[in-house]
Design a protein around this ligand. Sequence first.
Ligand code: OFO
Length: 168
Amino acid sequence: MLESIEKALNKQLNEELYSWYLYLSMASWFEDKGYQGFAAWMHAQAQEEMIHAMKFYHFISDRNGRVILQQIKTPKNEWSSPLNIFEESLAHEQYITGCINDLVTEARKSNDHATDVFLQWFVTEQVEEEDNVGTFVDRLKMVEGAPGGLFMMDQEAGNRPRRRRARS
Ligand code: OFO
């Protein structure tokens, strides 16, 4: 594996670890405010991010690369509302989609087909990641100013089975 690709994959591993950290921080905000359903949803999301990180870890290793762990930046810990959190999650997922797309471009430029194929799982995953969070944003906007609606959404978030679990 080219050194530039190895470096870029290590960087993405760090991004995934940061995603895990960010969603854990969001889960803790929800717990603190009494939104147990949203907190459970965020915990599940955080777990998925750790799975993403480990996919990068194993791939780098399997290709005889070296995993170099870097510092994980401190995530934010205060938000103004559940809608604010989900809007920021959506922005974060859009950022991650951009990172994955850039990686694909780099792998193709380097003729690294194995990395390209590996990344395709993430390309598909990001469609779902953005869709899941985007749906929350739309629905939270609908119930803005209606505590009953927010309460129901929180309950629902706690009960909803996560689609992705089966294929991680
Ligand atoms: Fe949220 O998909 Fe990985 O980072």
